[in-house]
Ligand binder design. Structure first.
Ligand code: GDP
Ligand code: IMO
Ligand code: MG
Length: 403
């Protein structure tokens, strides 16, 4: 069996959680492979909305195995890789301090400790879930906390009020983590595949936040692209089947960094209001703008996307006209590539399509779609050369239409 990978093709919050929940009945195992509690994946059924930060979005289906791979971590059907790194209380404080130090050039981090924890991972100082079973754990923990404190003190960051409570909560939470089964995810997942089990790897964040290929430094600290699944789970590229890209029918971004199609007018406000675009993790208002095909084609190339799931099409229902960005005008020239320079002044080149001006949230099949929506879908397919396999028209599980 091959493993399928599902990930976001924009700046996160494309609706990955909802789509994973919908697809889970087709898989035996759902595995998160990177990132940490900076993620907020929402899904909704029976009128109740659930937001998951670390736990894979297959968790609400009976008899499915859910795995947290080598990203960062917190019953019977949730396994955690021994090689997942732990986010320490001082990682949270370092994140806050380093972000404050950046002043106006701040990243807009979720402040969940992701950057400092990945720094320790790469610097070979980190503590992993598997270390929790080691007799040496307390010493290793004390050493790492002490080195973080030294750093904070050196810069005059006062943690006397905040750290004690953070540490107490963190140490208490270890009792909960220890109830889960710790696994060698690389062996287990490859064995599942050998035994004809179906596995879906669930990405967090989005391709344009990738630490290597996003607009660095306005990125997260992990590889959010398909390649992240290989290192995050211990599977080889030849094991991969479908790579499913989740795309919102427009764009949003939380935090700082380039966003060529951002709208600061009433249309942007309308997208935010219609789509309820507020962060699932931080509650911050999301920046909103039109769909950007230059960025989307870049994301499709980086991931080898085999099918697209288009989400939140219902949010565009009361727009008389809809813009799609088909090129970037930089220094008077129209280009089709995302520039290296974050300061580049980009004027998006748009084509304007007629909106469908019809509530589509109760529709049940593609045949019922208004012709303008069909045209919108076809245009994206033709431009990207990738088929749209599912259109999501609402946050509930049931508001999902297969094409
Ligand atoms: P994720 O991080 O990619 O899982 O996405 P989030 O959960 O952070 O953000 C997506 C938001 O849109 C959530 O509030 C979902 O409940 C909601 N959502 C998902 N799909 C749709 C859709 O098709 N239409 C509408 N209106 N909302 C949706
Ligand atoms: P999901 O999985 C949207 C953004 C932050 C910030 C940058 C760095 O729900 O799609 P970090 O906390 O990693 O230091 O923040 O990345 N960011 C996200 N934006 N969705 C997410 O996850 C995100 N996770 C991080 O807003 O701009
Ligand atoms: Mg989210």
């Amino acid at each position: 069996m091959k493993i399928d990978i599902l990930l976001g093709l924009q700046w996160g919050d494309e609706g990955k959680g909802k789509v994973v929940d919908v697809l889970t009945p087709h898989y035996d195992v759902i595995a998160r492979f990177q990132g940490g509690s900076n993620a907020g994946h929402s899904l909704e059924f029976n009128g109740v909305k659930h937001v998951l930060h670390l736990i894979p979005s297959g968790i609400f289906h009976k008899d499915k195995i859910n795995i947290i791979g080598n990203g960062l971590t917190p019953t019977d059907n949730l396994f955690i890789s021994k090689k997942a790194h732990l986010i320490l209380p001082t990682h949270l404080l370092l994140d806050k301090f380093l972000e404050e130090k950046k002043g106006t050039s701040k990243i807009g981090s979720t402040l969940k400790g992701i950057g400092p924890a990945y720094t320790d991972k790469s610097g070979r100082n980190g503590l992993r879930v598997g270390d929790l079973s080691s007799p040496d754990f307390d010493n290793k923990y004390a050493d790492l906390i002490a080195s973080h404190k030294d750093l904070l003190l050196k810069y005059g960051f006062d943690f006397s009020d905040t750290l004690p409570e953070l540490e107490t909560n963190w140490l208490n939470s270890l009792n909960t983590i220890k109830k889960f089964k710790f696994i060698d995810s690389e062996y287990l997942i490859n064995e599942y595949l050998d035994n004809n089990k179906t596995v879906l790897a669930e990405g967090a964040q989005g391709t344009l936040l990738d630490v290597d290929f996003g607009a660095y430094p306005f990125v997260t600290s992990s590889n959010t692209i398909a390649a992240g699944a290989f290192t995050g789970l211990g599977i080889a590229p030849s094991r991969v089947g479908n790579v499913i890209g989740i795309v919102k029918a427009y764009c949003t971004r939380v935090g700082s960094g380039p966003f060529p199609t951002e709208l600061s007018d009433s249309s942007g406000e309308k997208l935010r209001k219609n789509g309820f675009e507020f962060g699932s993790t931080t509650g911050r208002p999301r920046r909103c703008g039109w769909l950007d095909l230059v960025a989307l084609k870049y994301a499709i190339m980086l991931n080898g996307i085999t099918e697209i799931v288009l989400t939140k099409a219902d949010v565009l229902s009361d727009f008389e006209s809809i813009n799609i960005c088909t090129g970037y005008k930089i220094d008077g020239k129209i280009v089709q590539k995302v520039p290296f320079d974050n300061e580049a002044v980009i004027e998006p080149v748009y084509i304007t399509m007629k909106g469908w001006m019809k509530d589509i949230s109760k529709l049940k099949s593609y045949d019922e779609f208004p012709p303008e929506l069909k045209k919108y879908i076809k245009f994206i397919e033709e431009e990207t050369n990738v088929k749209i396999s599912i259109v999501s028209v609402g946050s509930d599980r049931l508001a999902t239409i297969r094409i």
